[in-house]
Design a protein. Structure first.
Length: 186
């Protein structure tokens, strides 16, 4: 499988290229500059991997939730590149990508993902890891006021995403394990 993934739903410009089991990636935090960075980053990544766009099997992009402009950038780049190379497009939840990255890095298996949606709201989702090591959404992804996030008394749940930092006073005291530094990545 040869897959190019793009995520610009946050302050980061993130791309990854999977060729078999190998993954090459670039992740740069550059708020409001993703439109200028994304195509040169993709070109460099493909050149570094010595692969042409038409040799890929598909292109994936972070469909959000997140920055409206960032999501439009990722969607339009994925659609444009896939149209020209006749490749399928795969839309992936940015919250699920965030949960998967946290599981792979931290080993946390029960995750409450909260991302700042601005205007005193958070995008959130509840994820757990299945037997194959992939995160699975419980219920639906939502947007709500921070005080409406669901909480469980079970200490095995962990918080991931910048919503835990931005709304620390309202929600962070509810969980014992929190990492607010994670952003969605390709």
């Amino acid at each position: 499988m040869k897959l190019l993934a793009i995520d610009t739903s946050s302050t980061a410009c993130s791309i990854a290229l999977q060729i078999g089991k190998d993954i090459l990636s670039r992740h740069v935090i550059m708020p409001m500059q993703q439109a200028q960075l994304i195509l040169p980053m993709i070109k460099t990544l493909l050149t570094d991997a010595n692969i042409k766009l038409n040799q890929l099997d598909a292109i994936a992009f972070g469909r959000g939730p997140g920055s409206f402009t960032g999501i439009r950038i990722a969607a339009s780049v994925a659609q444009g590149l896939s149209f020209g190379a006749k490749l399928p497009v795969i839309a992936i939840s940015s919250l699920a990508a965030l949960a998967q990255a946290a599981y792979q890095s931290l080993g946390w298996e029960k995750l409450l993902v909260a991302v700042d949606a601005r205007m005193q709201e958070v995008y959130w989702g509840i994820y757990s890891v299945n037997s194959t090591g992939l995160v699975v959404l419980t219920g639906e992804e939502m947007i709500s006021a921070p005080n409406q996030l669901p909480f469980v008394e079970d200490q095995a749940w962990s918080g991931v995403g910048n919503g835990w930092e931005v709304y620390r006073e309202q929600i962070a005291q509810k969980l014992t394990k929190i990492d607010s530094t994670y952003l969605p990545t390709a």
